[in-house]
Design a protein around this ligand. Structure first.
Ligand code: FES
Length: 574
């Protein structure tokens, strides 16, 4: 194993050379209150912290950073905390997805422009995980990810509440007149009871699990509840490990191999994970120079069983998963499907990381012969309505809708949807196909999580709880229902979704992986010729940069100029 000398550390160029700049950097570090012997010759570990008072999922991260620092000091490093943008899924509008690439850019540039030898990436709320990892991949600096951990289970009158999933369910029941105001207040009080990310297998739990299976965390890190003392210990251990990663110069490019990405796809499917993982993993893989496509997900989905019985597809929540053995327990159950010889940031192989991991509760982490679903939870659809693909989390949908034809009811954007959905004159039945367009990467903008279109109140009162819905939007990982998502190309750039009219028959056939608009091609050609592109909403600023460079969902929604790694020179420190 190679080991750098203090003079070979990247930070040496800032602190250790015989130059006016180094002199200034040393003087300014004394200004920070540190004597030379406290930091000189030590690896500088940048702790990229996405704490914010508008991000309740990360509200413990400022305190948790102290544990990371403890670990860094213990291992002989020099910790520096670097606050970065917090993407708060709940509060940030129009959608955090609009800003994922901005945080990725910030991460990359913070690491590049400062004297950092290794990074500890602290995040977990949905887009923060892929964003931090994408930045670290492109900078290719030794990095370890510290997941913020799931919150404790929600609770209302003895009933376990799951983030997102039970909010949608109670909201639908209240609109159907089945639950009253007092009950809704109880749910409001009980559904989010501690720091930490959503505790269902939503996007946050999926993506932190992805970070772990990719080999970018310490073993078991992703399943530890945010408030467990094991979480403090994991943070400190990650700090210690970051120092070692700096000395050994173990970079993301060493860890993030094609095998690592293949295993991440397998794990997402076995977890019944979020459809958002498809977009993020494609984007991350492209940064790593690994070819990963929607078809890779679909191929794996046909053979990988869903073993995690977690909401929204199953019954349990993340604390149950942790106590049942967590991600290492689940991965050990599918070890024969994984690449076990690949390295991880923990200093061991993936096989060693999960070897010996046990499952303590087969109800939560199912046995191979008793899966929640024999097939993976995601299907990739193609057809004349989605030439570049679309995704459905069919394991969380009403099975009767998985082979369905119905007339389209079309909405042009979310505002139009909210304005007309409950219009008494809307010609909608339980068999209709609700279509939302103008909600893709450019049209949204930011591809908001509007893909679980609400069911009209009138139908809710009739007892309808699922309908076929089709959009170029995403949906929350905690959502459920027969929602066809990520239709590509999106309508805003002239994808076929732009051509759908009210009453057009649409057919979904999940078994055949088909999504079709059953309208003659000559008619579609006429509509296409008459179509005019919508105006862009941004005239300046980040929005216009986003609009000019965002790629489509099947390509991961990265900016075209951010794909890959390297390509930027190290800054001159003299
Ligand atoms: Fe932060 Fe769900 S709102 S993870």
């Amino acid at each position: 194993m190679q080991r750098l000398t203090p003079e070979q550390l990247r930070s040496h160029r800032w602190y250790g050379t015989d130059s006016l700049r180094s002199f200034s950097h040393r003087a300014r570090t004394r200004q920070l209150g540190l004597a030379a012997e406290e930091h000189m010759g030590r690896p500088v570990v940048g702790i990229l912290n996405t704490w914010s008072e508008l991000n309740p999922c990360h509200i413990h991260l400022r305190e948790r950073a102290q544990d990371v620092k403890r670990g860094v000091w213990q291992a002989g490093g020099y910790p520096v905390e670097l606050p970065v943008m917090s993407l708060s899924e709940t509060f940030q509008k129009p959608t955090t997805m609009l800003y994922r690439n901005l945080l990725a850019m910030e991460t990359e540039e913070m690491l590049r422009s400062y004297p950092v030898d290794a990074a500890v990436l602290m995040g977990g709320c949905d887009k923060t995980t892929p964003a931090l990892l994408m930045g670290a991949i492109s900078m290719d600096l030794p990095s370890v990810f510290v997941p913020c951990g799931p919150m404790i289970p929600g609770s209302y009158r003895g009933e376990v509440l799951g983030s997102g999933s039970d909010m949608w369910r109670y909201w639908a029941d209240s609109k159907a007149g089945l639950v009253g105001e007092e009950q809704m207040r109880g749910v409001e009080e009980g559904i989010a009871r501690s720091p930490g990310h959503c505790m269902t297998m939503g996007t946050a739990s999926t993506m932190t699990s992805v970070a772990e299976v990719l080999g970018m965390t310490l073993p078991g890190a992703a399943s530890i509840p945010a408030v467990a003392s094991a979480h403090n210990r994991m943070a400190a251990a990650s700090g210690r490990r970051a120092v070692e990663l700096a000395w050994q110069d173990v970079r993301p490019s060493t860890v993030l191999t094609a095998g690592a990405y293949a295993d991440a796809v397998t794990a997402v499917l076995a977890l019944g994970g979020s459809s958002n993982a498809v977009i993020h993993l494609v984007a991350m893989a492209r940064r790593s120079g690994v070819e990963l496509t929607l078809d890779d997900f679909d191929r794996a989905s046909r053979t990988v069983p869903v073993l995690a019985d977690l909401r929204p597809s199953g019954a349990y929540v993340m604390e149950d998963f942790y106590l049942a053995g967590g991600l290492p327990g689940l991965l050990n159950r599918i070890a024969d499907l994984l690449h076990l010889d690949r390295p991880t940031v923990a200093g061991c192989t993936m096989g060693e990381a999960i070897g010996g991991a046990e499952v303590h509760d087969d109800r939560v982490i199912r046995e191979r012969q008793d899966p929640l679903s024999a097939e993976g939870g995601l299907a990739v659809l193609r057809g004349n309505l989605a030439p570049d693909g679309a995704v459905i989390k069919h394991v969380a949908a009403d099975p009767r809708l998985l082979a369905h034809t119905g007339p389209a009811v079309v909405f042009d954007g979310h505002r139009d949807l909210m304005r007309r959905l409950n219009d008494e004159s809307l010609p909608v039945t339980a068999d209709s196909v609700l279509v939302l367009r103008g909600a893709g990467p450019r049209g949204g903008p930011g591809m908001p999580e509007h893909g679980m279109l609400p069911i009209p109140d009138r139908l809710l009162k009739e007892g309808v709880r699922d309908m076929l819905r089709v959009s170029d939007a995403r949906m929350s990982g905690t959502s459920y229902g027969a929602c066809v998502l990520h239709v590509a190309p999106e309508s805003h750039v002239g994808g076929p979704l732009a051509l759908v009219r009210d009453g057009d028959p649409i057919t979904l056939d999940v078994a055949a992986r088909r999504l079709t608009l059953d309208v003659p091609e000559e008619e579609l050609a006429r509509r296409r010729a008459a179509w005019t592109p919508p105006a862009t909403v941004y005239r300046r600023g980040y929005g216009s940069l986003y609009d000019a460079h965002i790629m489509q969902a099947d390509q991961g929604c990265d900016f075209d100029f951010l794909q890959g790694a390297g390509g930027a020179p190290e800054p001159d420190t003299e």
